[in-house]
Design a protein around this ligand. Structure first.
Ligand code: SF4
Length: 514
């Protein structure tokens, strides 16, 4: 019998290790031969730990399972898919999963993350095999044609970035993967690294072949120790099997990979601060130009992409750019793994083609707020994303449509708030976050965020409110247009959206204070 108990951090936080141990000892006691697979998470967090068993009909799910449920599951014959109060039926038929379009996450939760043979059996390394048959510019062309744009937040066309690196002659080039996933309510990068590390390794190897880079670095936040452990183990296995190293699959091509642990600064998610940090320096934003694609890591041409961007590359090479491009809308092609968090009944990972709406994600998938109260706002795109009121929930999630209403899709993180949320306090928090996390390189952010918190305190306390609001708007304008990077440049987004869409909260805060 094959039993799957996730080893993803979210499942572990909910007791998956104890469940795995209970399955092991119960099977031993009953003399039943059980193979326990520690898979990634399916991303249905309210059902974690989600235990699955392999049956001739397909995988059958049970969840959420606690260790104390395990003897009862054996009694109910769960190894043959027997019914139990925790039964969820065939995993693939669970509506939350069935309605998704999983391209980048195709294998997450299905395979054993550290089994190379499992990876290969599920179409793994087909993209690399295809790339090895192509000249570098054709690999870049395929990525450009797919319409893939940076999934870390900036949405810059990946193929164009790669072409700049390809066209810049240098004896040494690098691929740097940004896995410093610091946005609130985001976990897609972590789920890939923990649940399907080889897809990231494969994507980075393809990127190396495409631009002529022989060394890659994965910059992983220190808060992800399990992802670091799994990536290191996967890199060793890929190297031992000839997928990394000095002669990839006998092609004579070279690509090496190393994991670098980040040190907990939000700004190191900014690409040039990340480069500084990988070089062993303090994470401070670099002036641009020069572009990192021309003068990047250690002064060499460098491709910098987010985990999801790179993990989306293998399927593009394996199935063709047209296949990927057929998903999505407008200039937002392919899929995005949306991450639903905050005050939501069914939080988790939803990979869908661009064009889905926030309302569909929050209600059809998420089931509304977990408190049962009306949803008031959702912050999309991390701590510096805008707060969207109900009037904006039907806009299709697409980079351009969001940008047209002054919002960002970012890394696809969605944090939901019910009607008890105080948007004035949340907006103040955004300013304070910027003041704390600012790298200090430029004045609008370094000084502006601190002054911004003071001004907001005055607004909330109703000290000359109209004048202070005008001052805040002026300050936001300076930060928006004068900051060197997105940290200071985006902080006005949550602040202004709260002010514009929820002005009543600023006087409500006053009512609470007095
Ligand atoms: Fe540093 Fe802030 Fe300026 Fe970015 S905006 S360079 S984080 S001070």
């Amino acid at each position: 019998y094959r039993v799957f108990v996730p080893r993803d951090s979210a499942a572990l936080a909910l007791g998956a290790d104890a469940v795995a141990q209970a399955v092991r000892s119960e099977a031993l006691q009953r003399g039943i031969d059980v193979t326990l697979v520690r898979n990634g998470s399916r991303g249905l967090f309210w059902l974690e730990p989600l235990v699955e068993v392999q049956t001739p009909q397909g995988r059958i799910a049970y969840g959420p399972v606690e260790a104390k449920d395990v003897p009862g599951l054996f009694d109910a014959g769960f190894l043959q898919g027997g019914m139990h109060p925790r039964s969820l039926g065939l995993t693939e038929e669970i509506a939350y999963l069935k309605r998704q379009e999983r391209l980048t996450f195709a294998r997450v939760g299905i395979i054993d993350p550290l089994s190379l043979s499992d990876y290969v059996a599920h179409e793994g390394y087909e993209g690399l095999r295809q790339a090895l048959t192509l000249p570098a510019d054709e690999i870049v062309h395929a990525v450009t044609e797919s319409g893939l744009r940076g999934r870390g937040g900036a949405a810059f066309p990946t193929g164009i970035k790669w072409k700049t690196v390809l066209d810049t002659p240098a004896a040494q080039k690098y691929i740097a993967c940004n896995a410093d996933e610091g946005d609130s309510g985001t976990f897609a990068d972590r789920m890939i690294m923990e649940g399907d590390p080889f897809v990231l390794i494969e994507g980075m190897t393809i990127a190396g072949l495409a631009v002529g880079a022989t060394q890659g670095y994965i910059y992983v936040r220190s808060e992800y120790p399990l992802a670091i452990e799994i990536l290191n183990a996967a890199i060793d296995r890929a190297r031992a099997a000839g997928y990394l190293g000095s002669d990839i699959l006998g092609s004579g091509k070279v690509f090496e990979l190393e994991v670098r642990k980040a040190a907990g600064a939000y700004v190191c998610g900014e690409e040039t601060a990340m480069l500084e940090s990988i070089e062993g320096k303090r994470g401070i934003v670099r002036s641009k130009p020069p572009l990192p694609a021309i003068t990047g890591l250690f002064g060499k041409p460098t491709v910098i992409n987010n985990v999801i961007s790179l993990a989306s590359v293998p399927i593009i090479l394996a199935k063709g750019s047209g296949f990927y491009r057929d998903f999505g809308m407008g200039r937002s092609r392919g899929t995005l793994p949306f991450q639903l968090a905050g005050n939501i009944r069914r939080g988790g990972l939803i990979e869908k083609a661009f064009g889905v709406t926030l309302r569909e994600l929050m209600f059809d998938f998420g089931g509304g707020s977990i408190t049962g109260r009306p949803i008031k706002a959702a912050q999309v795109g991390g701590p510096l994303g805008t707060y969207l009121p109900e009037s904006q929930w039907d806009t299709p999630l697409d980079y351009e449509a969001y940008s047209a209403m002054g919002a960002v899709v970012g890394h696809g993180g969605i944090v939901v708030h019910d009607d008890t949320a105080d948007l004035a306090k949340l907006a103040r928090y955004a300013m304070q976050f910027c003041a704390i996390e600012s790298c200090g390189k430029c004045t609008p952010c370094r000084i502006g965020a601190t002054r911004g918190v003071e001004v907001m305190d005055k607004i909330i306390a109703d000290e000359d409110r109209p004048a202070q609001i005008a001052l805040l708007r002026d300050l936001c304008d300076t930060m928006l247009h004068g900051s060197m990077c997105a940290m200071g440049g985006m902080t006005p987004f949550p602040v202004l959206s709260a002010l514009d869409h929820f002005p009543e909260d600023f006087s409500q805060s006053l009512a609470e204070e007095t």
